[in-house]
Design a protein around this ligand. Structure first.
Ligand code: URA
Length: 431
């Protein structure tokens, strides 16, 4: 079998066999297939798609590219959640401690930033010392001892996804339904969770632009989960505008800390409670959605979720004094607030443009080797439907470079559209 033939076959819109997919994934994992051939293959998949059968075979091949965890000797039932990627999505930082505080163990494998979309690992690394490179033994031990663990790919789970994910990030091959479905589900299957809640985002700042696309991605992932014997639920949520206000690594951690203290933006708080409640129902810790919501809210009100978050930070080597006093977190040298250029109702707060502006400030990567600047990012003060008077604060830029700040000022202003008519607020969830 030759890699070039597999690439050509996909370029010509033909269906790859299981053997060809296994050959590609194995060769890429060991390094025998170089990045340039893998990028070409990924672009052919993005342009020509994959059948449901190919997507399932790809998912299972990636899941088998490293260790696959069996967590049954550690906990009775482990749950996991995953978002399909978006702007300002720091949900995991709140949901993990909430759910764990309700007694449901969560073993999670997260990703880094991908294109304009942020990544949980990059966010957590703004806390000095926080380790995301746990070994398999450490992953299992922490899940057993603390009921909560969050790791990156170094744990040797689905290493093919780690490599492909980094390559896709910088080769324009992120927004592909089969590549996203296999990337997410391979990690979930390898990490051993028996129940999975998927948060499939749709809209301007999501990899799936329409409700129809998001529904198909959700359905594909649920079908793969079922095949792998995992109970899987997909929620469809809005990503036309950023979730919450903060976009950028340390800024998002600070917003998550606010939410864990019962504050923070209302949309973000509601999103976290909804996802937590779905996880508690799926994990059989609550008999109804309403009961699960109440349980989730209580963990925040009585401080248990906050204590769990501190426990997570400490268990993974993070300096807890930074989360206790977020003013210690890394700060950008240039902070500037831009005001509304006119009065009116906001008709658009374009999430992708805002995500791209954050990446251009240094919050994400343009090449695989780029280092993330944890301090930079944006605070977006308003939501679609809000009425503003001219001169009211619209957004705040946190930059470490004057040229980048100037560019962000222009780009983020363009992301905001005003209307003279009243504008409806956007829904948080569709399905
Ligand atoms: N999240 C992932 O883990 N993979 C993708 O491809 C997109 C979002």
């Amino acid at each position: 079998m030759r890699t070039i033939d597999i690439i050509t076959k996909k370029r010509e819109k033909n269906e790859l066999s299981k053997e060809e997919i296994d050959f590609f994934v194995d060769g890429f994992t060991t390094g025998e297939i170089p990045d340039y051939q893998a990028s070409s293959w990924a672009m052919a998949v993005l342009l020509n798609g994959m059948t449901a059968r190919e997507t399932t075979d790809l998912t299972l091949a990636i899941a088998r590219s490293g260790d696959t965890l069996d967590l049954s000797d550690v906990v009775d039932l482990a749950i996991d959640k995953h978002s399909s990627g978006g702007v300002g999505d720091k949900t995991t930082l709140v949901v993990l401690p909430v759910v764990a505080a309700c007694g449901l163990p969560v073993g999670k494998m997260s990703g880094r930033g991908l294109g304009f979309s942020g990544g949980t690992l990059d966010k957590l690394e703004s806390i000095p010392g926080f380790r995301v490179d746990l070994s398999t033994e450490e992953f299992k031990k922490q899940l057993h001892n603390h009921g909560m663990v969050l790791s990156g790919q170094s744990v040797n789970l689905a290493p093919a996804d780690g490599k492909l994910y980094a390559l896709r990030d910088v080769t324009g091959t992120v927004p592909s339904m089969p590549l996203i479905a296999s990337s997410i589900m391979s990690k979930k299957i390898a990490a051993g969770a028996q129940a999975i809640v998927l948060d499939v985002k749709l809209g301007l700042g999501a990899f799936m632009p329409t409700l129809e696309d998001a529904r198909e991605l959700g359905a594909r992932m649920v079908a793969i989960g079922k095949l792998a014997g995992r109970t899987t639920v997909a929620l469809l949520s809005d990503m036309n505008q950023p979730l919450g206000n903060a976009v950028g690594n340390a800024l998002e951690v600070i917003e998550a800390i606010d939410a864990l203290h019962g504050g923070g933006p209302a949309d973000f708080w509601e999103h976290c409670i909804h996802v937590s409640a779905e996880m508690l129902v799926l994990g059989k810790k609550a008999s109804s959605y309403e009961e699960a919501r109440t349980m989730s809210e209580e963990t925040i009100a009585d401080g248990r979720a906050w204590e769990k978050f501190r426990e997570l930070v400490t268990a993974q080597g993070g300096d807890v004094s930074y989360v206790d006093d977020p003013t210690k977190m890394t700060k950008a040298s240039l902070i500037e607030t831009v005001n509304a250029p006119r009065s009116g109702s906001l008709s658009q707060v374009h999430a992708r443009l805002i995500g791209e502006a954050a990446v251009a400030l240094g919050a994400g990567r343009a090449t695989k080797a780029d280092l993330v600047d944890h301090a930079v990012g944006l605070i977006i003060h308003h939501k679609v439907g809000d009425f503003l008077n001219e001169g009211e604060p619209l957004f705040t830029i946190h930059a470490n470079n004057a040229k980048q700040l100037e560019k962000a000022r222009v780009d983020v202003l363009k992301a905001h559209l005003f209307s003279d008519e009243d504008v409806q607020a956007l829904p948080l969830f569709y399905d």
